[in-house]
Design a binder for this molecule. Structure first.
Ligand code: ASP
Ligand code: MG
Length: 398
């Protein structure tokens, strides 16, 4: 079977006109002889409105009921898109997550796909139908309707593509993946291709084009992914396995993450046990600690800094309140994290030297640095963010 999965986000199906436009795009592929499976999100801001609606009834709505409510958004868009295709004279059928065989596990509102009973989708394809599947939803082992977490339609699309061994095209309101968020740096270049690893790193570090979990699935099952605009025919970005040709470029992108909380604890008596205790307590409260740096001990006292998300501030504060009162704690929230990402860093030295030089020459102070195999991240004051993004982007030719 030669086929393709298309996915359209909420803005691409926001109005009846846009839904008709999407139908035309699907037909163009169908006419090439491809079996088409299409995943759609809810129209426009429907899901946000449903969340708000629940909030007007209850401060803490039951999550099973929330799943039932939120899953209705996609049910509207799949039916309308199917009608649009039928109106153009094509055979099409819409399927909810459950009808498409999408099996999930986990807590309500945060389910994960574990498998897909793909036979039904395949049968409809064999009958020549275009199959339209509701994104973001599935069914758990109890037969309950579940959702996959906000932005989960990307995951539905890539998982279906994996199961069918089809490529996956993600159509959205941006024209592809940029080296830097164009809202932060106008001249940012659109990337022709990016590896799964880089995309994962960019996505989880803040570049919000795709849901990070979908990229993990893509990587695991080697699904070729293509991200482009649903509004025009401009060339988008391929996300695929790393190959040597991408190597010429050492740095692929710069991702920026705001809302970082930086915590510095000093006056800690120098003993490994004291560090263990602090981070055990943070873990117990599910604080996702990111960058950690410890200064060399001075006169028997240590200091350590770490970053977390601002949203975890309450939990971090609770841990700090439990610490020995002789420790000195400082919490700052006006911090951004800039991460320079590139597969080429794996086997080329000198990138960190170059970055430190750029920051030093332009007198951009940084508070913390961490590295992974393919990235270097700096925590900087929010006030320096714009300037740092512009300078690094220029210097690195992003
Ligand atoms: N409609 C859902 C949301 O807004 C899922 C998605 O768009 O991917 O989060
Ligand atoms: Mg989305």
């Amino acid at each position: 079977m030669r086929g393709l999965v298309h996915k359209y986000g909420g803005t691409s199906v926001a109005t009846p006109e846009k839904i008709k436009n999407v139908a035309k795009r699907i037909i163009r592929e169908k006419e090439k002889g491809l079996d088409m499976v299409v995943v759609v999100s809810a129209m426009g801001k429907t899901t946000d409105h449903l969340v708000e609606l629940a909030g007007q009834i209850s401060q803490h709505p039951d999550e099973r009921e929330l799943d039932l409510l939120l899953s209705t958004g996609e049910q509207v868009s799949i039916a309308l898109l199917t009608m649009a295709l039928q109106e153009e004279g094509y055979e099409a059928i819409s399927l909810t997550g459950f009808q498409a065989g999408i099996k999930t596990v986990g807590p309500h509102t945060k389910n994960k796909i574990i498998d897909i009973d793909i036979d039904k989708v395949k049968d409809y394809l064999a009958e020549g139908k275009i199959v339209i599947v509701a994104g973001f939803q599935g069914m758990n082992e109890l037969g309950e309707i579940t959702t996959l977490g906000r932005g989960g339609s990307d995951t539905t699309a890539v998982a279906l593509a994996a199961k069918l061994s089809f490529p996956c095209h993600i159509y959205t309101d941006v024209e592809g993946i940029y080296s830097v968020d164009p809202r932060l740096y106008k001249p940012a270049k659109k990337l022709e291709v990016i590896s799964y690893e880089e995309m994962m790193e960019m996505a989880s570090l803040g570049a919000g084009v795709m849901e990070p979990r979908s990229i993990l699935i893509g990587q695991k099952y080697k699904v070729p992914i293509y991200v482009a605009s649903s509004m025009n025919q401009e060339k988008g970005t391929y996300i695929k396995e790393y190959d040597g040709t991408m190597e010429e470029k050492v740095v692929t992108g710069l991702s920026v993450c705001d809302d970082i909380l930086m915590v510095t604890i000093s006056q800690i008596p120098d003993a490994a046990e004291n560090m263990a205790l602090i981070f055990d307590k943070l873990a117990a409260r599910h604080v996702n600690v990111d960058m950690i740096s410890q200064a060399a001990s001075f006169e028997g006292l240590l200091s350590v800094s770490f970053t977390a998300k601002v949203e975890d501030r309450g939990a971090v504060q609770a841990v700090m309140d439990e610490l020995d009162p002789q420790y000195h704690v400082c919490m700052e929230s006006e911090i951004s994290k800039l991460s320079v990402v590139g597969m080429g860093m794996r086997n080329q030295s000198g990138v960190s030297g170059r970055l430190f030089r750029i920051l030093s020459d332009h007198k951009i102070p940084f508070r913390q640095v961490t590295t992974s195999e393919i990235s270097i991240s700096y925590a900087i004051d929010r006030l320096d963010k714009e300037r740092a993004v512009a300078i690094l982007s220029q210097e690195l030719n992003l």
